[in-house]
Every structure is written in C-alpha cells, then in structure tokens.
Design a protein around this ligand. Structure first.
Ligand code: MGD
Ligand code: MGD
Ligand code: MO
Length: 764
C-alpha cells in the first residue's frame, strides 16, 4: 500500500485543465435543445444507441425504475413517456455504461497510480465487475470470490467490539436493502450508522422536527398547482432537480409569484425552456422568478427576519397580514418572535443580507398577501453553522400565514439522493427513536443497542483517533464527500479493514485501510433476479410517496450482487445462528422483507399490497394531513434566532462549495458547467469583479485558496479566477475539489453538518 502521508489524497490538479479552460458569459435560461443534446451525447458515449433507447424509456415509468438522480417526485398518473431530465439521463448513463473495470484493470494499475488520477478519470473507467481485495502491504487490488470476501468481513467484525465498527450509507440504497442493513447492524450491536444525510439535509430534519413535529416536508406535488407564492431558497434546481423546473413553470404560467433567495443568479431560476414541450425550443423561455434576492452567503436569517419584520410593522398598523386564528389554535412562541423582530435593527438586516430595504419590503408585500405559500430549500441553507436556525426562520414565515396543513402550502426541503429520505425512514440513523428500537426489538426478539452511534463527523474523528477497526460503506464516496479530505484519508487509513459496496470506482477505493475490499453491486437500472424470480425494490421520494422500482437492463456483470442479497449473506456469515432471522429467504424474496417493514415502520401497513399500486402510496404526515404537531409542546413552535455575525474578517472571503452542471456529487460526468459559462475545467473560483480589482487579479489568474479555522490553515492549489455576478466578499467553487478546505471541526449546531457553504478563506 502506498504511504498516505507523502501523497495528495484529494484529486490531483493536472489533468482537469486540458484542453484549456474556456470562460464564457453565464446563461440566463435553462433547458431547451442544449439540454437534450448534452444528455444524449453522454448517453451515447456511455451506453450506445440501443441501451440508451431501452434505458431512457424505463426511467420513472410505472413498470420501470426510479431515476437514480434526485428525489423530486414523479407526477403520478400525469407522467409523460419521457419522464426524465438532462441530468437524470446523465445519472442513468453513468450507471448503465458499457465500460467495465475488471480484475485485469486492477492488475494493470497499482493503487498508487490510481491515486494520481482525477475523480473524473476514475469514474470514467466503467462498472466494477468482481469483488476485489487489497491485502495488507499489497500494491494492487486482486479478485477474490464472494464467499471469501464476506468471510473476511465477518471475521473482522467478530474480532472487534461492535462499537469499533462504522456502517455508512449513501442515499441510493433501496428501502428493502436499508431495512435489512440497519437490522443487521443493530443485531450485530451498534448504532454506528452515519449516512449522507448527515452531510446533507440533517439540519432540515432537526429544524422541522423541533418546530413541526416531523422532520419531513409537508407538501405534495399537487400543492404546487395551488400555491400562489413559492419561495426557492438556497437551491439550484436547473442543475440538481431539473424536473422541478417543469413544476415551477406550470406555477409561473398560472401567475404564481416565485421568489428566489440565492447569492448567484442561477439560469434555471431565471427562465426555463421545457426540453420536452412542443415550442419549448424556440423563443426566450418562461420567466420563472418574479423576485430575485441576491443575498450574500448566509444572509438568509437577516433577509427572512427583514421580511417578517416588515410584515409585523403592517400588522402593528392594523393590517390583516397574519393568520391569527391558526397562530392562536396551533402555535406557541408568537409573542417571543414578535418581540425579537421588533428588536432587530434594519441596519443589521440590510448589512447582514446585502439586500436593500426596498426589495425586502416588496417581497414582504408578496408574502403577506399570499393565500398559499410553499417554501423550498436545499444545500444553500443546510451547510452553515446556523443552518438549523435559518430553516426555523422559514418555518416561522410559514406559521405566520398558517401555511401548514392545508392544500397549496407548506415546507418543502428538496432532498438530494433518490432514496435518502427512505433510508432514514427505514432506520438508517445513528440516533434512532425509542419507538423504532422497541418495535424492531419486538419483531426480531432482541434488545437493540440504545446508545447513539457516530454521525459522519464523529465517525471520522473516531477513525482518526484509532477507535474504529472496520469501516463499511453501502455506496457513496466517503472520502470525497466528507469534509477535510486529508484528515478523512488519514482516518480511513487507520482502520484494519475498509469495505466499499460500489458500482463505480472512486477516490475512497484508493484511500484504503490496512486491508480494503471493493464489492460490486447492482444499480437501479438493472434487473434483479433471485432464485429465478424477478424482484423489485421500493423508494420514497422527497414528498413521502413510496413506490416500486424495477430495473430493465442485464446486470453489468454476473458477479454483481444486489445490495439486499449481499447484506443477507454478510449477516448470515457474521451472526450465524444467533438470531432467528431467515437471512437467505429474505435475501431472495423481497416481499418477506416488506412484511417485516409493514410491522415495524409506521405508515407501511399492508406494504406489499399498497406498493403494487402503479403510483405507490403516501406516508402519513400529521402536520400536513391533520394540523397535528407532534412536538413536546403539542403545538407548532415559533423559534427565535439572532442574525449570525459576519464570518469573514478584513481581507477574507466566505466560500460556498457547490455543484457544477456536469456532476452528481462526487461523480463527475464532464468538465463543463454550461449555465455558468465554464468549459473544460473545474478548478475555478467565482469572484466579484470589484474584489478581483482590489486584489489585482484578472480573469484566469491562478490562485491558492487557504481556509482559516481556529488558528488552523488548509490549502488547495491552482484555481483559476472567474469574474462573476456574486456579492462582494463571497466566493464559489466546486465540491469535491474544495473539500480539503472544510475543517472537520466546523459544523452546524445540532445537526453536525459540515459548513461546506461557509468556509472562511483567503485568496493567495
Ligand atoms: N445533477 C445533479 N443532481 C443532484 C446532485 C448533483 O450533484 N448533480 N446532488 C443531489 C444531492 S445529494 C443534493 S443534496 C441536491 C443538492 O442540490 P442543491 O442544494 O441545489 O446543490 P448545490 O449545488 O449545493 O447548490 C446550492 C445552491 O445554494 C446556493 N447557496 C449557497 N450558499 C447559500 C446561502 O448562504 N444562502 C442561499 N440562499 N443560497 C446559497 C448556491 O448558489 C446554489 O444555487 O441535488 C441532488 N441532485
Ligand atoms: N464540500 C461539499 N461537500 C459535500 C456537499 C457539498 O455541497 N459541498 N454535499 C454533501 C451532500 S448533500 C451529499 S448527499 C454527500 C454525497 O455523498 P455520497 O453519497 O457518499 O457520494 P456520491 O458521490 O453520491 O457517491 C458516489 C458513489 O456511489 C456509488 N454508487 C452509485 N450508485 C450506487 C448504488 O446504487 N449502490 C451502491 N452501493 N453504490 C452506488 C458509486 O460507486 C459512486 O462512486 O456529499 C456531501 N459533501
Ligand atoms: Mo445530498
């Protein structure tokens, strides 16, 4: 194994910039023919014509598979024959590629060599075909039979204390696999179940649970047809949830007001040309946002407070702007909120948000006239120190107008991974509720561990401190998705065994523990046949709809196991006859897993029958369905939070790490970010032209970014400066190249989500 300490563990800088980076003006309209062309080019490159046709015809269709892209819901019976988007098509192509990473590939390339390749190159090599092992001291991965791979894991797990093992989950894992996985982990004896949610919407879950009693969003897709005001805050749907643009377009055409709050003017939020609509390719597209508040990074608390303060001033003058009956009957904390808003100064609001008072007044006017308001948000809010507080300001705004628990209104955290919400519902959670543990214990006749386990940040710290022997990842790319890449690499290297269940090669595979395994599995697009019978899995979308997903393609390799089968076999090997769970039967008949889920997880009664409805079924949500708030107070709670202090000192900047248009998290599809005018490169930093002038920088100049936290410094090298329409003292750059800058110790209060959207840096 190569020595980690003398090597770059984050992506090397070189190959990305060939051919030369091209910087063009940013675009102001999303979709249109370029979207179709871009997805087709990647689909044909990866899958060829016949697989492209077969695969894309199956995406999000009733008898097909759930798109492995985002968690935006499908439009029920109104779906079109081509119910996918540009980036969904790319996600599918990435998985259904015809390229293969075989044992021969691994014997040609040492781990040391692979480490020198970019994340893009690694992902481009194709689907992994066989279980591979990197033995202690070896330079190359070699193939080994499944049975030996699973025996090795079982042996290592049984040789250590369960709390010295960590079981990560990414968000593509199906409900069935997730349920079996958490069952196995808890029978084994730990709650060490960190997941990508910890890096993603954890702040939303906590904020919503405290205020509304449920961590999930409270709207259906149909509510978007009834809303007259929609806020889109800290989210870039044109790239990350393109199908949401069709929903927003429909709303805009009805005259719904769409208010965007974002430091960047994102093309998808300005105008949209529906790529699958006759006439969608011509003209200038539908304008989407009616109001655009271009705040500074983390200026959301200030701007939301400004909007509410303006509303309160109108209320104090006798206008009817609040839903006082709802507030009286269903909430607590209204007078504290009003007192806090009255004390807040307009100077602090304007300085804290970088939006002028007139614009805030205008948007407040829209908010107070709203009959039905929906607020959507994503990573622009969840990845700051004060993330939970920010999201609770959104809840305050909704509660003031009674916009919860009635049609056309509610909270809409827009989830990322296609089953990240379902995985949590199934019990992938380091801090499980007592209710879950007790029904799991009753169903399987054991006492589940009650001590909370590690989330992502504490898992990394524990590994770094030598407190973990086995790291097991069900999907994902733990190294590159996590904060503080160098620290995390060291943490992984200190484990006795690291295991990745994966479809494609990624950087985590080349940052091994003392021994490492890569286990190839089926993806969503592939048919899953167990003991001669075709199985299907289920997923839950961002709005609590559970539905089936059936692959259509032949598996990438006969050796790819389904995640369900893999877990069942591993559990049997590890736990033997200790518990009376029929692992092998569950691993081959997913209906039997669903029968257990029906008895353990609330809302899944008659699961097997209901999920056979072509459109699935909807999970209950007390606040949405009955205006019942399952909080300790039994009411919806207003929460008071201060405007956070400015993070950057003189000469410093706040950096947000965002996604380009050609990536899926750490998977890079290509080197372009079409809407932002970037071609052939990813090591760029977007900067305000006045800030550039002050620093004597010109377009294309090469700089290092240095982050500053608690007296520590972290550096990434060779980023090209791009002048951009972004507020002063704010910078943007791409994830995961900038993850080495995110300090392990810098995370959101309560949710422990790394502060990937507010990194204090200097530009050198
Ligand atoms: N094609 C594609 N689809 C994806 C993904 C992908 O990588 N590629 N990832 C999936 C996943 S896991 C997730 S979680 C989602 C992510 O979806 P998004 O949350 O849309 O992803 P980001 O690129 O992180 O975008 C954050 C947005 O927030 C803005 N922002 C940053 N800081 C602030 C702030 O302080 N305040 C406000 N108001 N805005 C801010 C940025 O300008 C940007 O527009 O997408 C999912 N879908
Ligand atoms: N700086 C910064 N860091 C971030 C973020 C950010 O905005 N900024 N965003 C965070 C967010 S929101 C998230 S969700 C995380 C994402 O973190 P992860 O979910 O850990 O990362 P992904 O890049 O989605 O994982 C990609 C890998 O998953 C594997 N894979 C794909 N499909 C399957 C499958 O069906 N089964 C299995 N077993 N494996 C599969 C492939 O091998 C692929 O290489 O990153 C987080 N990290
Ligand atoms: Mo995410």
């Amino acid at each position: 194994m190569a020595d980690l300490d003398d090597r770059m563990v984050s992506a090397p800088v070189s190959q990305d910039s060939e051919p030369e980076l091209v910087i063009s003006p940013r675009q102001t309209v999303a979709g249109g023919p370029a979207a179709v062309a871009s997805s087709l080019a990647i689909s044909l490159r990866e899958m060829g014509l016949s697989t492209t046709v077969k695969t894309l015809a199956g995406v999000n269709q009733v008898k097909g598979f759930d798109c492995p892209g985002c968690a935006w819901p499908d439009p029920g019976e109104h779906r079109s024959v081509a119910e996918f988007c540009e980036n969904g098509a790319k996600a599918v192509a990435e998985e259904a590629t015809l390229k293969r990473v075989t044992p021969a590939f691994f014997s040609q390339h040492s781990v040391g060599e692979l480490k020198d390749q970019t994340e893009y190159w690694l992902g481009q090599q194709g689907r992994i075909t066989e279980p591979m092992i990197l033995r202690e001291g070896a330079t190359h991965y070699e193939a080994l039979p499944w049975d030996e791979a699973l025996s090795l894991i079982a042996q290592e797990l049984n040789a250590t204390d369960p709390n010295r093992s960590v079981f990560y989950t990414s968000g593509r894992t199906s409900n069935e696999a997730a349920f079996l996985y958490q069952l196995f982990v808890r029978l084994y004896g730990t709650n060490n179940l960190p997941d990508c949610s910890n890096l993603c919407h954890e702040s939303s879950g906590i904020a919503l649970k405290e205020t509304m009693g449920s961590g999930k969003g409270s709207v259906h897709l149909a509510d978007f047809d009834l809303a007259d005001v929609i806020f889109v805050i800290g989210q870039n749907p044109g790239t990350n949830h393109p199908r949401m643009l069709s929903t927003l377009q429909k709303a805009a055409r009805r005259g719904c007001q769409i208010i965007t709050i974002n430091p960047l003017r994102e093309a998808g939020l300005e105008r949209f040309k529906h790529p699958q609509e006759v006439g969608g390719w011509i003209g200038s597209g539908t304008p989407l946002s009616t109001h655009y508040l271009q705040i500074k990074i983390n200026g959301d608390v200030a701007v939301l407070k400004g909007i509410m303060k303006e509303m309160l001033e109108q209320h104090d003058q006798g206008s009817s702007v609040f839903d006082l009956k709802f507030i009286q009957d269903h909430t607590l904390g209204f007078s504290e909120l009003c007192a806090d808003l009255r004390l807040e100064s307009w100077d602090d609001i304007v300085r804290g948000s970088a939006v002028d008072r007139e614009q805030i007044r205008e948007v407040a006017g829209v908010a107070m006239r709203a009959k039905n308001m929906i607020c959507c948000w994503a990573m622009g809010l969840t990845q700051h120190k004060n993330a939970v507080g920010t999201i609770q300001q959104i809840v305050n705004l909704l509660l003031l107008g009674g916009h919860v628990g009635r049609p056309g209104a509610g909270a809409c955290p827009v989830r990322g991974h296609s089953n990240v919400q379902g995985d949590r519902t199934m019990g992938i959670w380091e801090a499980p509720s007592e209710a879950l543990l007790s029904s799991l214990g009753a169903e399987f006749k054991f006492t589940p561990p009650s001590q909370p386990g590690y989330h992502v940040v504490s898992a990394i710290e524990a590994m770094h401190a030598g407190k973990v022997d086995v790291f097991f990842a069900m999907g994902g790319n733990f190294l590159s998705a996590s904060p503080d890449t160098e620290f995390t690499a060291k943490a992984l290297s200190r484990c006795r065994l690291t295991v990745h269940v994966s479809t494609k090669l990624n950087r985590s595979h080349v940052t091994p523990g003392r021994q490492a395994l890569i286990l190839p599995c089926l993806g969503r697009t592939e048919r899953d046949i167990q003991d001669g019978e075709e199985q299907f899995v289920t997923v839950e979308d961002s709005m609590g709809i559970v539905h089936a997903s059936r692959g259509v393609l032949r598996p990438a390799s006969p050796s790819c196991l389904s995640e369900v089968r893999l877990i069942a076999s591993l559990a049997e090997k590890t736990l033997g006859q200790h518990f009376s769970v029929a692992w092998q039967r569950l691993g081959s008949r997913y209906d039997l897993i669903r029968d257990h889920i029906a008895r353990v997880i609330p809302g899944f009664e008659d699961f097997n029958q209901r999920v056979r409805d072509p459109f699935g079924f909807c999970l209950p949500h007390q606040a949405r369905d009955h205006r019942v708030f399952e909080t300790p107070t039994g009411k919806a709670n207003f929460k008071v939070h201060p405007i956070p202090p400015a993070e950057a000192g003189p000469g410093q900047f706040v950096l947000m790490t965002i996604r380009s248009h050609d990536q899926y998290n750490t998977t890079i599809y290509g080197l372009n970010d079409r809407y932002r005018g970037i071609s052939h490169g990813r090591r760029v930093v977007f900067m305000n032209a006045d800030d550039m002038r002050d620093k004597g920088l010109s377009q294309g100049d090469q700089v290092d970014l240095v982050s500053h936290f608690s007296g520590e410094q972290r550096r990434v090298k060779d980023f090209k400066v791009v002048p951009y329409d972004i507020p002063r003292q704010c910078l943007a750059s791409y994830f995961p190249e900038t993850n080495p800058l995110v300090p392990i110790g810098s995370f959101a209060d309560k949710s422990h989500t790394p502060t990937s959207k507010s990194i204090v840096v200097t530009v050198e």
